[in-house]
Design a protein around this ligand. Structure first.
Ligand code: RB5
Length: 149
């Protein structure tokens, strides 16, 4: 199935974001880049970028989202405020796989200043290729959904 991935970063995540975009495009995956520009270090507010990706995923314009800031923390906090978003901050291969298998995360958050950038591309691929396991995890996601209302 053709997928489009929404991607955004603040100034603290724009270099890793660019690396991820290039890796996705090299794999033939369609990307929608919501900014900020790779070559613009102007300080911006990460919730503004998180909102663009979060809404793009929940309104169906894109299938999944990737958000990068300095630590990934701010992006994950902000994205998870949007109903329907399950944003996961991941930092290694295991958490990248679990984010999908157990949490069915539709948004992946990464911290440019805290992880190795080559490994980060692996995390993205693991998250994209892993499958949600359903079963007892579905019950837990339903309980998260109830928290939204
Ligand atoms: C920006 O300096 C930094 O605070 C931001 O990129 C992020 O790490 C916030 O969680």
């Amino acid at each position: 199935m053709e997928q489009t991935i929404a991607v955004a970063s603040d100034h603290g995540g724009r270099i890793l974001k660019q690396k991820i975009i290039e890796a996705l495009q090299d794999s033939g995956i369609s990307v929608r880049d919501f900014g900020v520009p790779f070559d613009d270090a102007t300080s911006v507010d990460y919730p503004d970028l998180a909102a663009k990706v979060a809404h793009s995923v929940t309104n169906g314009e894109t299938n999944r989202g990737i958000l990068v800031c300095g630590t990934g923390i701010g992006m994950s906090i902000a994205a998870n405020k949007v109903p329907g978003v399950r944003a996961a901050l991941v930092w290694d291969e295991f958490t990248a796989k679990m984010a999908r298998q157990h949490n069915d995360a539709n948004v992946l958050c990464l911290g440019e200043r805290v992880i190795n950038h080559d490994r980060a591309v692996t995390f993205v691929n693991l998250w994209l290729q892993s499958e949600f396991e359903g079963s007892r995890h579905l019950r837990r996601l339903d309980k998260i959904k109830q928290l939204e209302s």
